[in-house]
Design a protein around this ligand. Structure first.
Ligand code: ZN
Length: 243
């Protein structure tokens, strides 16, 4: 089985389509939340995932767009985009977002899916070994897939208890037989590691192998749509440099 694991699409359809094309034949698409927010095509991104019958959990920006998260937690541009997104969503897509779970556990695939962290699926950022260790203590599967930080990365708990933190470049591989793993594919639609290419990973559950991948996409297409929608121009600028 081959699974495309995507996260933080942020209404960037050009990036999502590039990832789906680059992934090639897959048996499933798993999405770790923040389908919407920041970008110009919320309905189109949701509809792409619905058409693929993707397993999708909810993120903080998804909840903000449907008025289920406090906009005080957001900086001004994110809040403006959340309000704009809320106005665009069709009733059916709003309902779809509202019915996404915060956590999905797939024991037969050895995986748990959350947006932020297993302790706090919506808001907590896993950025260091300390948080990763506390997080893995709440996970019953060998693998926990997370998003939210927009950084392709992993936190591997060795059987000795040591946590190995790694940023994951394209082509980088992790194996579940090395220990319990927290893995973040990075962001499809708004990478923040200085590389503008869309980030995702391929997971092969039977082999227990994860491979991080990147693909370029027409950034200028999304930038034009952001500006045409009247969204903050900085949200367009940042895509070109990946910040
Ligand atoms: Zn995000």
């Amino acid at each position: 089985m081959r699974v495309a694991v995507v996260s933080d699409i942020h209404s960037n359809l050009a990036a999502l389509d590039a990832v789906l094309a680059d992934a090639g034949a897959v048996d499933a698409v798993w999405c770790l939340g923040d389908v919407v927010g920041y970008g110009p095509e919320p309905n189109e991104c949701i509809e792409r995932l619905r058409a693929l019958d993707a397993i999708c959990i909810v993120g903080n920006h998804d909840l903000a767009a449907i008025c289920q998260a406090d906009l005080d937690e957001f900086h001004a541009e994110a809040a403006a985009a959340a309000r704009w997104t809320g106005e665009q969503l069709t009733p059916a897509n709003r309902e779809w977002l509202a019915s996404r779970p915060q956590r999905v556990v797939l024991p037969e695939r050895r995986a748990t899916l959350v947006h932020g962290s297993p302790r706090d699926p919506i808001w907590e950022y896993v950025t260091n070994a300390y948080v990763a260790a506390r997080s893995l203590a709440c996970v019953a599967t060998p693998l926990c897939l997370i998003g939210h930080t927009h950084l392709p990365s992993s936190f591997l708990a060795r059987p000795t208890g040591e946590i190995e933190v790694a940023l994951r470049g394209p082509g980088s591989v992790a194996r579940l037989d090395e220990g319990q793993l927290l893995a973040n594919p990075g962001s499809v639609g708004q990478p923040r590691d200085g590389n503008p290419d869309a980030a995702y990973l391929i997971y092969e559950p039977e082999e227990g192998v994860l491979t991080w991948r990147r693909t370029p996409y027409p950034v200028e297409v999304t930038q034009r749509k952001i500006l045409a929608a009247g969204l903050p121009p900085r949200l367009a600028r940042r895509l070109a440099a990946g910040w």
